[in-house]
Design a protein around this ligand. Structure first.
Ligand SMILES: NC(=O)c1ccc[n+]([C@@H]2O[C@H](COP(=O)([O-])OP(=O)(O)OC[C@H]3O[C@@H](n4cnc5c(N)ncnc54)[C@H](OP(=O)(O)O)[C@@H]3O)[C@@H](O)[C@H]2O)c1
Length: 262
């Protein structure tokens, strides 16, 4: 299936590695121009260089900014006034006992996971509505549906994204703009792989991953981590015309871990 994203400009927040990088690459494969975002030149430059090498420098732009800070979205807009596909991927997580979580912990989690996406949507979605076409995609998480006490702030931030995504979709009536959320489950990013290996130093990676699934995601149907490219395929589809009738939805890309039908 060709997704035909020629002449579209996409901004993928936190796209120097992990799921964001895979999404950026997927959109580039389909012809889009992609703005690679990260918080520092040290991570942005190598990601841009690697992608520019494969897809051509003209279609790979860079944005260095800490989008958890108010006002940075305006700096982004000054450089890139029009975005057709906005992927709010930036997000961090932390395991912490609820009673030890400070206000600052909660604030930082929401600044990164929620506020960055709210501000970017406020900046770019009006233009999409005026042009009558566009895509806003929030990368949430399965834990939005299965909140965890060990990550109460992360779980709440991911559930909040679903609410915002649906609210924004309500603004799109009668246009070809869509707003959706994608809910990945555990995904084989470098950071998660190293974590899984680090807590099981005596096991091979395959054994450690199996133990991780046994202990943490026994309800998974695929019974393995997702590949970043697999999550990116879902996002690429949603970004395309093929997904024109999917709007206001929360699309699970979590390997069947959440054991409910709705
Ligand atoms: N991996 C999973 O298992 C999983 C599961 C469900 C949902 N998700 C969601 O998917 C999205 C991407 O996650 P990921 O696992 O791909 O991320 P990741 O591998 O941990 O990091 C990807 C990028 O995010 C940026 N980043 C890392 N920590 C950050 C922070 N504290 N503040 C701002 N930016 C930060 C980094 O870019 P720079 O250093 O260049 O700024 C990094 O290149 C997130 O919203 C996450 O909640 C992930």
């Amino acid at each position: 299936m060709h997704l035909n994203l020629d002449n579209k400009t996409a901004l993928v927040s936190a796209s120097t590695s992990g799921i964001g990088y895979a999404i950026a690459e997927r959109l580039l494969q389909e012809g889009a121009t992609v703005i690679i975002h990260g918080r520092g030149e040290a991570t942005v430059a190598p990601a841009v260089a690697a992608l520019a090498d494969k897809y051509g420098a003209a279609r790979v732009q860079s944005l260095v900014a800490d989008l958890s800070v108010p006002g940075t979205e305006q700096e982004a807009a000054a450089r890139f006034p029009q975005v057709d596909i906005l992927v709010n991927n930036m997000g961090t997580y932390a395991l912490k006992d609820f009673f030890s979580m400070t206000d600052a912990d909660w604030q930082a989690m929401f600044d990164t996971n929620v506020w960055s996406g709210v501000r970017l949507a406020r900046t770019y979605m009006k233009g999409m509505l005026e042009r009558g076409h566009g895509r806003v995609i929030f990368i949430s998480s399965e834990v939005a549906l299965t909140p965890m006490a060990s990550m109460a702030h992360y779980s709440a931030s991911k559930a909040t994204q679903l609410s915002i995504s649906r609210s924004l979709a309500e603004l799109t009536k009668g246009t070809a703009v869509t707003v959706n959320a994608v809910l990945p489950g555990p995904t084989e990013t470098d950071s998660l792989k190293s974590f899984i290996q680090s807590v099981n130093p005596g096991l091979s990676y395959a054994e450690a991953e199996r133990k991780f699934m046994d202990e943490n995601r026994p309800s998974s149907l695929i019974y393995r981590l997702a590949k970043p490219a697999e999550v990116a395929s879902v996002v690429g589809f949603l970004a395309s015309e093929h997904a024109a009738v999917i709007n206001g939805a929360a699309i699970r890309a979590e390997g069947g871990t959440v054991p409910t039908i709705a």
